[in-house]
Design a protein around this ligand. Structure first.
Ligand code: NAP
Length: 241
């Protein structure tokens, strides 16, 4: 399987959960993956798993997306340019759940942190990496949505608002890039998936009752591959996957 051979793909939040599974699947499909997250130690575990399965040697970039000023995002672009000379895709996967509480009581500082990680960082990273993406013959950007960012659900606070924003970010970038570049931009709502975020949001749920991150990773690989050329501005819903 080499759907992503020669491609360089940046994945945020690659230390665990869906990001880790997507990173492993992309490497399995031949991509060189750039694992971005806030702690080198946790990213190293994904790095080791990829090299153990014989995938192309990944790279690690540590960045706390709650404080990701433009200069640091610019450095990410420079590092990728210097190391690989190309970038063919981004999976904006990292996110913070924030608090599950009524807006009436929502802590504004938590609101700011959640919006910074879930909405501002994907915007700034995409903006700074666009020159590299535009130089690729077939670039793909994937944002990550949520069911609560499609239809409001009480108490989901800043997380839900950030995910509504992500849907808009997807549509705007897709509209602005579709006639002037080969960069496609889509959004994936993974739906209920067995991760630590899901366990935090639904502590009483049996984890075995929801699908694994590994079972949905191929959808991301498809969107990153040549097979999805021409697909842009779409919001893919994996709730029933
Ligand atoms: P997860 O297991 O909690 O993983 C979240 C990832 O984001 C981790 O790698 C974490 O890194 C990273 N991250 C968090 N804050 C960060 C920061 N400040 N800077 C850099 N990285 C940061 O979550 P998940 O369930 O796999 O979720 C992945 C995506 O799917 C998210 O966008 C989520 O909103 C979305 N989603 C998930 C579900 C679900 O049921 N799981 C449903 C709908 C949507 P650390 O290891 O350093 O904490």
């Amino acid at each position: 399987m080499s759907a992503l051979a020669q491609r360089v793909i940046l994945i945020t939040g690659a230390s665990r959960g869906i990001g880790r599974a997507v990173a492993l699947a992309c490497a399995q499909a031949g991509a060189t993956v750039v694992l971005l997250g806030r702690e080198e130690a946790t990213l190293n575990a994904t790095y080791d798993a990829i090299t153990a399965q014989g995938g192309p040697t990944p790279a690690i970039i540590t960045l706390d997306l709650s404080v990701a000023p433009v200069e640091l995002c610019q450095q990410v672009a420079e590092q990728i340019q210097a190391t690989f000379g190309r970038l063919d895709g981004i999976v904006h996967n990292a996110a913070d759940l924030g608090d599950i509480t009524p807006l009436e009581m929502y802590d504004p500082d938590t609101y700011d942190r959640v919006m910074a990680i879930n909405l501002r960082a994907p915007f700034v990273l995409t903006q700074t990496l666009l020159p590299l993406l535009k130089a690729s013959p077939d670039a793909s950007v994937i944002f990550t949505g949520s069911s609560v960012g499609r239809q409001a659900r009480a108490f989901w606070g800043a997380y839900a608002l950030s995910k509504f924003g992500v849907e808009g970010l997807t549509q705007l970038f897709a509209e602005e890039l579709k006639n002037t570049s080969d960069v496609r931009v889509n959004c994936v709502n993974p739906g209920a998936t067995r991760t630590s975020m899901r366990a935090s949001a639904y502590p009483g749920e049996n984890p075995e009752s929801v699908k694994t991150p590994e079972s949905i990773a191929h959808h991301y690989v498809h969107l990153l591959s040549d097979a999805a050329r021409g697909t842009t501005g779409q919001s893919l819903d994996l709730t029933a996957a």
